[in-house]
Design a protein around this ligand. Structure first.
Ligand code: F3S
Length: 63
């Protein structure tokens, strides 16, 4: 599983790095960015939780 943040949609609410800091961080531009590689299995649940928590649905989880 991989995570992608749509940087045009993210409003910088900072929820995703709070829910799952292993995968998401805030950039200097104030939007979220996901790690490039595969999400480690033990944090996939938290990544899904982060995606569900995003108020503007900017996070996509895919292969
Ligand atoms: Fe942005 Fe959504 Fe995360 S608005 S900071 S991608 S929770």
């Amino acid at each position: 599983m991989k995570a992608y943040v749509d940087d045009a949609t993210c409003i910088g609410c900072e929820t995703c790095p709070k829910v799952c800091p292993e995968v998401f961080h805030m950039t200097d531009e104030g939007i979220a960015h996901a790690i490039d590689g595969k999400i480690p299995e033990d944090v996939q649940g938290k990544a899904e939780q982060a995606a569900e928590s995003c108020p503007v649905e900017a996070i996509d989880l895919g292969d």
